[in-house]
Structures are given as C-alpha cells and as structure tokens.
Write a new protein. Structure first.
Length: 317
C-alpha cells in the first residue's frame, strides 16, 4: 500500500540517521501565531466537528479530533455550492497533500466552497468511527449554511479511495435532523446532494474465501474481518442516492475497478443519475491526475458534469 510504504520508508530514513543528525534542527521552528494569521488571511479556518470530545474517542489527542478546514472561493465568485473533501489512506492515515488541499483549490477556482475533512483514522478509529465524522461534517456545513454562504440543498462530498468509501457510505444512509436536539448541529440532516467517487475503496471490507479482507490486512492486528463485512455501501443503495460521478482506472491493482463498476450498476438499477469514467492507465492514488496527459483530463470531465448538474451557477432567487 502506497501510504504504508511511505511511512516505512520515512521510519527507515530516521533509523539510518546518526543521533547527532537526528537532533540537529535544519530550520527555525515555525511561528504558530504567524502561521495562524497567514492561514486566516488566505481564508483558511479549521473547525472542530464536536465542541468537546468526539463520540467514541478515547482521548483528547489531536488524532482523535475530527475537523473541517474551509477553503473559500475568491470573493464575489461563490455560487452557493459546497463540497466536503475526504482524502484517502486506507483508514490508517490521510493523503491530504494529494487528495485534500489540491482538490479544495480546484473546487474554489470554480466558485464552490470546499471543506477538507480530517476524519479519524488508525487503530483507535475502526469503522464506523470515520463514518460518524463524515456524517457530522455534512450536518455541520448544513447547520452553518448561512454563515458559510452556501445553499443547504447544494452540499456534496468527494472522496478518494477510503474517502470514497466514506462518501458512498454517508450518502447511502442519510440521517434526518433532530429538531429537538440540544446540539444545533444535530438539528440538521446529513443527506448528501451530490457525490463524487475517485477510485473508491468500496469492496475493502469484503471477506474472501480465505476469511481475510483488505480492510483488516491494512489494520494489521486485532481486526476480525467478519466484524466489518456489513460496511459495503453497494448493499445500501436506494433510489434516494444522490447524483454521482465515478472515476477509476483499469490498471489500478490496489483497488480494482470492479467495485466501482458494481456500484455504478447498483445506481443504474435504482435509476440514480450517474456518470462513470474508467481510464486505461494509472495506478492507485492518482489524485487530480498530475502531469499525466490522459488522467489530468478526468477533472475536466467532472467540471462538465458539475455544470450539467447546475452546481457551478448561482441558484435563481
């Protein structure tokens, strides 16, 4: 797995360093106040999804605090549409540098207000914990729609890899708002108005004939595949699933495209508006396509789909 390999390489690099080299600072420590000030100047603000400890969290550690970071369009160009960005990482980490900010910037350049979701991952955040964070993120944006200058009926999600699983899971099982909830965020519903799935990891929880699953293989220990076999969004698709755009590649050997194809077929069977593009080349984790002349076209196709859905124009009064 790409992220795991990166972590292993990073740790190996640290181990190879001499103690002196490992302890010698190469640059001054960042000024937290200055960083926060400049982030604010760029329109970046991070919000905790819960005011106190998140549900099922075991500590107040940074890794157990799910957040949303807002990326605003250039003033005067916003169109009222919002999107929550869920990076991938096999539920063991987050590929935010590849599938977070670059994606948010792509949306803001089209007038869409983007929110990068930092959901909980790792051994202390087994399913359904990340899904709780995704659901709460939708409620949070909808409850604060006026404050964020977005329309409460134009809130979508885009998810990459495991983030695609999270997006599909939240979209498949929307929760109604609770009018009498003490928490105002819980008074808003978690329904997703449009979904974008990029090489989604939809079948990672499937238990194979050998009794194993990809999900538990990545979790490494204390993971019983049967405990997570029910987290397959393809089995929960209904006619109420939102309009969906799917991107995958045939060459993806980590997350095979068959899962996306099966999901596409499930959406078609329920008459859900769906568009899918499967490119021939490209391994897992292509993000927005990078410098690849073919893969870099999939965001163009997404742009056309968003326009067709009326999501790039301001709603009429």
């Amino acid at each position: 797995m790409k992220i795991s390999t990166g972590i292993i390489a990073f740790l190996a690099g640290l181990a190879a360093m001499s103690p002196a080299a490992a302890q010698t600072p190469v640059s001054p420590a960042p000024d937290a106040q200055l960083a926060a000030s400049r982030a604010s100047a760029m329109g970046l603000t991070t919000y905790r999804l819960w005011p106190g400890r998140a549900p099922m969290a075991t500590s107040d550690s940074l890794f157990e605090v799910p957040t949303l970071t807002i990326f605003r369009p250039q003033p005067g160009t916003d169109n009222g549409t919002a999107v929550i960005v869920a990076p991938g990482g096999a539920y063991m980490g987050l590929a935010t540098m590849l599938e977070g900010r670059p994606v948010a910037d792509w949306f803001t350049s089209r007038g869409i207000t983007a929110f990068v979701l930092t959901y909980r991952t790792g051994p202390k955040a087994r399913l359904p914990i990340p899904l709780l964070d995704g659901e709460r993120a939708v409620r949070y944006v909808r409850a604060n729609a006026a404050r964020f200058r977005v329309q409460p009926d134009r809130i979508g999600m885009i998810g990459f890899s495991a983030g695609g699983h999270l997006t599909a899971s939240v979209a498949a099982e929307p929760k109604a708002g609770k009018p009498d909830a003490e928490d105002p965020i819980e008074r808003a519903g978690s329904e997703v108005n449009f979904a974008v799935l990029a090489y989604p990891w939809l079948e990672g929880m499937t238990v194979g004939k050998d009794g194993k699953s990809q999900y538990c293989d990545f979790a490494l220990k204390d993971c019983n595949p049967k405990d997570y076999a029910g987290f397959r969004p393809v089995t929960k698709v209904t006619a109420k699933f939102p309009p969906t755009f799917i991107y995958h590649t045939t060459e993806d050997s980590l997350v095979r495209p068959e899962g996306s194809i099966a999901f596409y077929q499930a959406l078609v069977a329920k008459a859900v508006p769906v568009e899918m593009h499967i490119f021939a080349k490209g391994q897992h984790g292509t993000g927005l396509g990078g410098a690849d002349p073919a893969l870099s076209r999939w965001p163009e196709l997404l742009d056309g789909w968003l326009r067709g859905q009326g999501l790039l124009t301001r709603p009429k009064p």
